[in-house]
Design a protein around this ligand. Structure first.
Ligand SMILES: Cc1ncc(COP(=O)(O)O)c(C=O)c1O
Length: 378
């Protein structure tokens, strides 16, 4: 799907006009894209990063998570929502998922709080919103910070705000096959001056850190005086990715979101009529994943996958599975069992994102899926 025609044209124009190949400060295309994201998300700060993973690393560092702090995280998420905590010496504490939506469950979070809990991280997995308002309220009542991983849910509204702009810090991937993508990339948003400054100090060095410290509030200036060298881990986004992301957000994303919602709503309406097909929860936004559940056993699912392949179409089991049992997290704290996440996974399949900026093509593929499911699941 990507780069779209318009992204390619925007990149060509940028190169032809001698646009910068590498930027150390916060000027040029970085400033344009960060301002655009701040406007859209109605937030004070945006920091572009080279990946979603570095946006998450910067987010946790921004929250000042210390060794030994506990952070409650979803058991069902992509590993990078959690792995940055390991480097900080923090302890991820894995909460169960809602069996229907797959999102982190507030009840499970409530039972995991200890004196060491510093923050809660949530992922709007596959693009469906978590119970964000209530989780936020719970965090406020318990003096906990809230980090949102909105990598699957760009420009997805709940009530009056976009997902990612509700917690203390929102982290996004804009890489690979995400619906907002520049090939590789990420960004972080926050209204908190200190989270922003700490994120800059992690991923940038003197060229940006100095300017940002100088232009910040007196409190931050005083606190971070002399830190201008930063850690300089270099999380800078490639300017070409920034050009493509800006083009997509400015000129294409609203149509793409409409098309995405139209196609998956149609699939839910039509396929939801089949006895063996449970339509997934969907939301209007850059919803990354369409993951229905089937009343079929493992052999029947294998057979269905093979039949789709014979017909030149792809369905698969979910590549992303719950994180319990993953050795990387041996220092994490786990519950004895995860009935919610297990129920969510049962019979769950993935239909790869086929939505393009072309409505006709996208609707045709949606109808091809509908017709084949109807034929094979009757
Ligand atoms: C939910 C989620 N968070 C974070 C990431 C990490 O993003 P990136 O691959 O851009 O580092 C991904 C990547 O797929 C993801 O799916």
């Amino acid at each position: 799907m990507y780069p779209t025609h318009k992204q390619t044209e925007a990149l060509k124009r940028y190169i032809d006009q001698g646009g910068n190949f590498s930027i150390y400060g916060n000027d040029g295309i970085y400033q344009e894209l960060e301002n655009l994201i701040c406007d859209k998300y109605k937030v004070k700060h945006c920091l572009l990063t080279n990946t979603g993973t570095s946006a998450l690393s910067s987010g946790y560092f921004g929250l000042n998570i210390q060794p030994g702090d506990e952070v409650i995280v979803p058991v069902y998420t992509f590993i990078a929502t959690v792995t940055p905590l390991l480097r900080l010496g923090a302890i991820p504490v894995f909460a169960d998922a809602d069996p229907i939506s797959g999102q982190i469950s507030l009840d499970s979070i409530k039972n995991l709080i200890t004196k060491k809990t510093k923050a809660v991280a949530i992922t709007h997995m596959w693009g469906y919103p978590c119970d964000t308002r209530n989780i936020k309220k719970f965090c406020e009542e318990n003096n906990l910070k809230l980090l949102e991983d909105a990598s699957h849910a760009h420009f997805t509204r709940t009530e009056d705000k976009y997902l990612g702009a509700i917690g203390d810090v929102g982290c996004f991937s804009v890489g690979a096959r995400k619906i907002v993508s520049g090939g590789e990339g990420g960004f972080l948003i926050t209204n908190d001056d200190e989270i922003y400054m700490r994120a800059i100090l992690l991923g940038h060095f003197v060229k940006r850190a100095e300017v940002e410290i100088q232009s910040s509030s007196d409190l931050i200036k005083q606190k971070y005086k002399g830190m201008e060298s930063g850690f300089g881990e270099n999380y800078r986004m490639h300017p070409y990715a920034a050009v493509m992301i800006k083009e997509l957000i400015e000129n294409e994303i609203e149509d793409i979101i409409d098309i995405r919602y139209e196609t998956i709503s149609l699939m839910n309406r039509e396929l939801g009529k089949l006895d063996k097909f449970i339509a997934p929860k969907i939301a209007k936004g850059a919803m990354f994943g369409y993951k229905p559940q089937l009343f079929l056993n493992d052999d029947e699912i294998d057979n269905l996958i093979a039949r789709f392949k014979e017909n030149g179409m792809k369905i698969k089991r979910l590549d992303t599975i719950p994180l319990y049992g993953d050795k990387v997290f041996e220092k994490g704290k786990f519950l004895d069992e995860y009935p919610g996440a297990d129920a969510y996974m049962k019979g769950r399949i993935s239909i790869p994102n086929f939505t393009t900026e072309n409505r006709e093509d996208s609707m045709k593929i949606a109808n091809d899926y509908i017709n084949l499911f109807k034929k094979l699941l009757k």
